[in-house]
Design a protein around this ligand. Structure first.
Ligand SMILES: Nc1ncnc2c1ncn2[C@@H]1O[C@H](COP(=O)(O)OP(=O)(O)OP(=O)(O)O)[C@@H](O)[C@H]1O
Length: 251
C-alpha cells in the first residue's frame, strides 16, 4: 500500500509579475521515486526550493506526513526529515568524507556545536555518518579528503550528507549532472536502493536515468503541471512529446 509522505498542495510562486509555479500538486510516497521534468525555466528549481523550505510559496501548502510544514524554514524541515541536495556541490573539499558527513549529522541536532563536549552524542553522530557513507556506496573512503574524490564520488558524498541527517524524504537536484555513463549507472543503482524506505523527488535532465528509475514522472511547462503519471504514460503522451521531449529531436 502506498503511503503519502510529502504533499505539495497547489503550490504557487510569483516573482514580481512572473508566475514560476502555478498550483503545482505533487505527492511523494514512501518506497517511490518521483521525477520532475521540464524544459529550462519550467519551474522545477522553484518547486524543489519551496518543498525544502529555501523559498516561501506565494500560495498553497506543504504537508509532511499529514502535518502542515509550509511555515517552517529549511533547518526546521531538515529536523523533521526532509533532506535536500543542491545542484552546486556543497561539500568541504579540505575535510575528509567522514568529517563532511559528521558535520551534516550534527546539523540535525538542536545545538550542533555543544556536542563537542558530549562524548556519547559524538559517538552517535559518527555512527550515523558512517552508516550514511556505507549506504551511499563510499564505504572504505571515510578518511579520504573530499576534494580528492572523483566527480561521481563527490555526488555520492552529497547524498551521504543528506542521509546523515536521517532524512526520510530526499529532494535531489540533478544528482547526475556532469557524470559519465558508468558513474550515472552507479547513481541509478544507488537511487533504486535509497528509495526502498524513503520518498524521493528527483529533478534530473538525464532522460535515460529518469525513465530507468522513476515510478512516477511529473512534467512541468511554464510553471504548471502538464502531465503526471507512470513512465510509460509520460513516454507515450503526445502532449509531453510536443511540449518537451520533442525538443531534443529538434534541438
Ligand atoms: N529568484 C528569482 N527571481 C526572479 N525570477 C526567478 C527566480 N527564480 C526563478 N525565476 C524565474 O522563474 C522561472 C522558473 O525558473 P526555475 O529555475 O524554477 O526553472 P527550472 O525548471 O528549474 O529551470 P532549469 O532547468 O533551467 O534549472 C524562470 O522564468 C526563472 O527565470
Amino acid at each position: 500500500m502506498s503511503e503519502a509522505m510529502l504533499v505539495a498542495d497547489r503550490l504557487t510562486r510569483h516573482f514580481g509579475g512572473l508566475t514560476a509555479n502555478l498550483e503545482v500538486c505533487i505527492t511523494l510516497e514512501r518506497g517511490k521515486l518521483h521525477a520532475l521534468l521540464g524544459p529550462n525555466g519550467a519551474g522545477k528549481s522553484t518547486c524543489i526550493n519551496m518543498l525544502s523550505g529555501d523559498l516561501p510559496p506565494s500560495a498553497g501548502r506543504i504537508l509532511l506526513e499529514g502535518q502542515d510544514v509550509t511555515g517552517l524554514d529549511s533547518a526546521a524541515r531538515s529536523h523533521r526529515g526532509i533532506g535536500r541536495s543542491y545542484q552546486r556541490t556543497n561539500i568541504f573539499p579540505q575535510f575528509t568524507v567522514l568529517e563532511n558527513c559528521r558535520l551534516a549529522a550534527q546539523s540535525r541536532r538542536p545545538r550542533p556545536w555543544r556536542i563537542f563536549t558530549d562524548a556519547m552524542k559524538t559517538r552517535d553522530t559518527v555512527e550515523r555518518a558512517q552508516a550514511a557513507i556505507v549506504e551511499a556506496g563510499l564505504g572504505g573512503r571515510e578518511l579520504r579528503k573530499a576534494g580528492l574524490l572523483s566527480h561521481g564520488e563527490q555526488r555520492q558524498l552529497e547524498i551521504a550528507m543528506v542521509l546523515a541527517t536521517d532524512a526520510r524524504v530526499l529532494l535531489l537536484d540533478e544528482p547526475l549532472a556532469g557524470m559519465g555513463s558508468e558513474e550515472s549507472a552507479q547513481m541509478v543503482e544507488l537511487l533504486r536502493k535509497l528509495k526502498q524506505n524513503r520518498a524521493i523527488l528527483l529533478v534530473e535532465h538525464d532522460m535515460d536515468a529518469v525513465f530507468a528509475v522513476a515510478d512516477t514522472i511529473t512534467v512541468m511547462v511554464e510553471g504548471s503541471v502538464l502531465e503526471s503519471g507512470p513512465p510509460e504514460q509520460i513516454r507515450n503522451s503526445e502532449d509531453v512529446q510536443a511540449a518537451y521531449l520533442g525538443e531534443d529531436e529538434h534541438g
